[in-house]
Design a protein around this ligand. Sequence first.
Ligand code: HEM
Length: 446
Amino acid sequence: MTSGAVLERADLYAPPMPPLAERVDWLRLLSAFRRNTLDAFPGACLTEPTVTLRLPGGGRVVLLCVPEAVRHVLVAQGSDFARLPAGIRVLGPVAGRGLVTAEGEAWRRQRRVLAPAFTPRTVPLMARHIARATAACLRRLDAARGGPVDLHAEMQRLSLDIAASSMFSLEAGPYEARIRAMVSAYLGGLGRPRVSDFLVPPGWPTPAAPRRWFFRRRWRALIAELIAVRRAQVAGQGPRDLFDLLAEAHGEEPDGLLADEVGTMIVAGHETTASTLFWAATLLARAPAVQEALAAEARGLDLGEAGAAAALPRLALARAVVQEALRLYPPAYMIARRAVRDGAVCGAAIPAGTTVMIPTWVMHRNPRWWPRADAFDPERFLRPGEEPDRFVYLPFGAGPQVCIGAQLALAEATLALSLDGARPILPVATVTVRPDHAPPFRLARR
Ligand code: HEM
């Protein structure tokens, strides 16, 4: 790590953000769901421990905005809260009954099966894949130098490549365009949460249900093709990756849990990481001093396939940049649960059936917890005494359902770019936080 501060505080770049709403009534909620879910967060989340939103038909959503409330719901009284039916509706078509949507004993069993593939022990192997895929991505970007590049699409390609090779020992190549097209179309369209996902009782079909069902059929067909290719290509070599662990646990089950788990890992593992890489690169493009310091940190390190794992612990600033990008643009911009029994959080009554939401997006920008909250200041993660509270900084959630892929995601590298965007890029929340338009990047070699 470079010694001393990289940035003078006066130089800190504050990226443009949509403002928080003064008041959120149900009309505003309706339009937020249609346009940008980030518009649904009221400014009161910055000052109040809990904020209640009223839904048409008498429903309520309680937003939990302080660390005590987050700890209560995700850890201390975690068994009083379950996954949100709306979340299962939205993720179901891609994840089926995979780990992100599984509940109760099924979830516990699936988490036990997957855990060995995500221990720190696996990071060196992952690092090789990351190094190889990043080198291929850099070659593509190098070839595109000087012209406009759709960096978000490039980061999706990169993270899909990493997900396919590190988890399934597969070349994403032949499938990459189809997977990206399907996932992008779903997340930007049918996969966007709608008001009906919250209002229609669980088990009843929403207006989007038939089209989501058709999507699921096509998605499952693509995953079945991938599984067949994986089995044919890498047969009989003993357990070597996540796929083998999954196949051993679920391969013979007739209900397709293996396919659900594979689909879950592909979607959960690439879209969020692509978003992180994209926003990190966007922030870096406006902070040349940080780019410079990153380059200095990497200089002299072997970042090739053989050396990447050993270099990782020495990339402290790069990691801090990723952490700061995850603070300013958390791909999972909120965490939601449903109360399964009556209770109370920070003085707010939570009757059984209430939806509670942790607005990660707002908590990550609350000046109560973050000095210079709006500024891109990666060094905040390196300054002793500024470590964030674990129930305030929640890019990967917390508690037993914390993101299983957090270490893999954090291990992915960051690219240095120079931005030439005509319009400021504003975040839009669909299922993850994405850019509101494809900003043209012009790349320069350093
Ligand atoms: C920067 C990248 C990522 C972010 C921001 C992210 C974020 C999250 C968050 C916030 C949760 C918890 C949701 C909740 O409590 O309701 C979660 C869960 C999960 N994530 Fe990630 N994730 C990332 C990368 C990955 C990767 C690389 C994988 C897989 C390879 C993955 C797989 C999962 C799975 C399976 C769950 C469900 C865990 C469970 O319920 O037991 N994620 N993720």
